[in-house]
Ligand binder design. Sequence first.
Ligand code: ZN
Ligand code: ZN
Length: 338
Amino acid sequence: MKALVYQGPHAVGIEERPIPHQKGNALIKVSYSGICGSDLSIVDGKHPRAKAPLIMGHEFSGKVMEVESNQDNITVGDRVTMYPLLSCGKCLPCRTGNSHVCRMLGLIGIDCDGSMAEYVSVPTHMLVKIPDAIDDEIGALLEPLAVVVHGVHQGRFRVMDEVMITGGGPIGILTGIVMKNIGAAHVYITEIDPFRLSVCKEVGLDVIDMEKENPIEYIKEKTDGEGVDLLVEASGVPVAAQQTTELVRCKGTICMLGIQKSLTPIDLRQLNFKEITMVGSRVYTKEAFKQAVNFAPQINDVLRKVITHRFSLADGVKAFEAIHDKKQNTLKVLIKSN
Ligand SMILES: [Zn+2]
Ligand SMILES: [Zn+2]
């Protein structure tokens, strides 16, 4: 089979690989794989765990081609996506029902071969069926949607909250879409890129153009000088993290969904003065993943606006080039395997 392989820092290429038949696993014929921010850091050679050679891809849709007799209720022909987390089962988080923050946490597609190939081999207990109402393109968005659902849980969102999201990349926009559809009073989102701003507007978010507006002044004006109830940081940009404590109101919550690339100073005194709750969010629980899968049909049409590019597997290298080319206006880029 053909596979898109991370060959070393700044090197990806198409290679011929054997179809991965693994005892006990299901063999999946891959339909679409999404390219994730973590895949970009792998290719940059900056991912702390990923080692070349590696077939990337942890967000995908596909069809079960082979499975040993009806394991985990998975049968040949099922359309599936994958809960990609690998946990040790022994550490304290694992023993206390928090295996998504396992001390040894790994992912299929980062710590071992993933879905950017014609086929992928996955243990059946990690497969999640895709609802009939969702096609294979949206099926590849279910994993990032699960990231968002878990972030909403971590942020302890309440109906009618004033919500702000910093960063209009795929995760930021998906967060906005979900918040909008579960009863936020307003969803404000900051972004600098004109194309991304236009998509934010299209999906019904209140945009703050960072080229023209000061987000702190903007939010103060919109919220009677108080700030928002819930701020979701989805950019990973240091200045965005620094402004969070100014942007939330007394008793408000900051949820860190984007990952800062280095140590970032923040005015922690504001946490005392305003009794702010600051909470982290990492991947998703299995429960949040299933909730995302079940919720997706309700927001199917708006989800599709996040997908901007589709490349064939043979053109997989071009898909990565497109993301780095500002003129290409990418959000979620999919690779079509079959
Ligand atoms: Zn991802
Ligand atoms: Zn563990």
